[in-house]
Write a protein that binds this ligand. Structure first.
Ligand code: FAD
Length: 383
């Protein structure tokens, strides 16, 4: 076992860092507080080969491994936390499911634009009555000629207000086996957005209504029976979410570390107070432990999807660790940490959301417990 990067991975990390320092460091603070998607960053990243890192070269990607994408997202986040969202959208999210299961016409129509950094794709799973219990979703796909009519509503969909297309989880029939997915073009007749709302992170979302939206047959990604495959692909999204939790925790930690070595109170540097040294020791242990769990899940996936169990362990741990570390870093920086002059408060707000998004910590722990006892535990009454 070797805990070091290979020379190729080190060279890749260095090239991403040079790119980030040149193009993303300027404006990092303003970017974090802007509501709109950073399209300029997205196009720069496309040119740099940072979108589609794990997507096959035949599909316009880079043909790399999941670990490469993790190195990219962490390195970008260490310079510009907000820009890491672009790495997420272009590598870890529904784009990966589209690349894996999508047909040639689907890829032709959408993947090219996404990989050029000119558009984004959202995933619409969550509904008003189906959050953690996502298999309770009711958005229906009813046959209409060769295609389908989609009816239902989705909530909390990241990037939805400006996405080109939504990978929508829909129900073709009853039960878990009836769930599949379709690509809904956001400009299709019958797609309607509700009032915009804002998460604590500053990101905007809006409820999406599908009112008898026609989806042609070539835009079905997975028919009924596709749920397991979709969740397997969704584990990649979870790895991106895990990486950002840890990376933003580390970003805040680095700012607090620098601050503790220059800020004096009572005539001494902050780093000379044992009460603060122990906070740093705890932060460092959490970051290092999370890093190993994240790298295990990513490295074992190689060019495929990561294991559900290793992903759940990494995500549950890193979501909590990233938030705890960012929060402690804020405390160490006092009023400055709490202020928008530094990005530390931003890291706290973002990390808080990932404890809920993409499978909450509680739901992931349920999954881990199933692995521990090698059996399932239905969460439903009377089961
Ligand atoms: C920042 C952010 C981005 C998001 N982006 C997207 C997106 O792009 N696409 C999308 O489809 N959705 C998205 N979501 C929605 C997200 O997937 C849901 O919020 C999440 O699945 C939880 O669902 P819920 O909010 O309805 O909470 P609920 O399911 O109502 O849960 C409420 C609380 O109860 C706990 N809980 C529920 N069931 C159990 C159980 N069996 N055991 C123990 N605890 C339980 C949960 O962990 C949670 O703490 C996003 C959410 C956030 C916060």
């Amino acid at each position: 076992m070797d805990f070091r990067f290979t020379p190729e991975q080190e060279a890749f990390r260095d090239s991403v860092r040079r790119f980030a320092e040149k193009h993303l460091a300027p404006g990092a603070l303003a970017r974090a507080h802007a509501a709109e998607y950073p399209w300029d960053v997205s196009q720069l990243m496309a040119k740099q080969g940072l979108l589609g890192i794990t997507i096959a070269e035949a599909d316009g990607g880079q043909g790399g491994a999941l670990m490469d994408a993790v190195i990219a997202i962490e390195t970008v986040a260490s310079v510009c936390p907000r820009s890491a969202d672009v790495v997420q959208a272009g590598n870890f999210g529904p784009i990966r499911v589209l690349a894996e299961y999508g047909s040639s016409p689907q890829k032709e129509r959408y993947l090219k634009r996404l990989l050029a950094g000119e558009g984004v794709i959202s995933v619409g799973m969550t509904e008003p009555e189906a959050g953690s219990a996502v298999t309770d979703l009711t958005t229906s796909a009813t046959a209409d000629g060769a295609g389908y009519r989609i009816n239902g509503a989705k909530v909390f969909t990241t990037h939805a207000p400006y996405a080109d297309v939504i990978l929508a989880y829909v129900r073709f029939g009853p039960g878990v086996g009836g769930i599949g997915s379709v690509l809904v073009d956001t400009k299709s007749p019958g797609v309607r957005f509700g009032q915009r709302s804002t998460f604590m992170s500053g990101e905007e979302w809006a409820q999406i209504y599908f009112e008898s939206v026609y989806v042609p047959p070539e835009m079905v990604v997975l028919k009924e029976g596709g749920f397991k495959k979709q969740i397997a692909g969704f584990n990649v999204e979870r790895i991106g979410n895990t990486s950002r939790s840890l990376a933003l925790g580390r970003y805040a930690y680095e700012r607090a570390r620098e601050w503790a070595m220059q800020r004096r109170q009572f005539g001494r540097l902050l780093c000379e107070f044992q009460g603060l040294q122990w906070k740093f020791a705890d932060m460092k242990m959490k970051l290092d432990a999370g890093q190993l769990l994240l790298y295990r899940a990513a490295a074992n996936a190689d060019r495929g999807f990561p294991s559900a169990e290793e992903t759940a362990i990494a995500k549950a741990y890193c979501n909590q660790a990233g938030f705890d570390v960012a929060n402690e870093a804020l405390q160490v920086m006092g009023g400055l940490g709490y202020s928008q002059e530094a990005l530390v408060e931003y890291c706290v707000r973002r990390c808080r959301g990932w404890m809920i998004a993409g499978g909450s910590i509680e739901i992931l722990k349920n999954r881990i417990a199933e692995a521990v006892f090698e059996r399932t535990f239905s969460q439903r009454p009377g089961a």
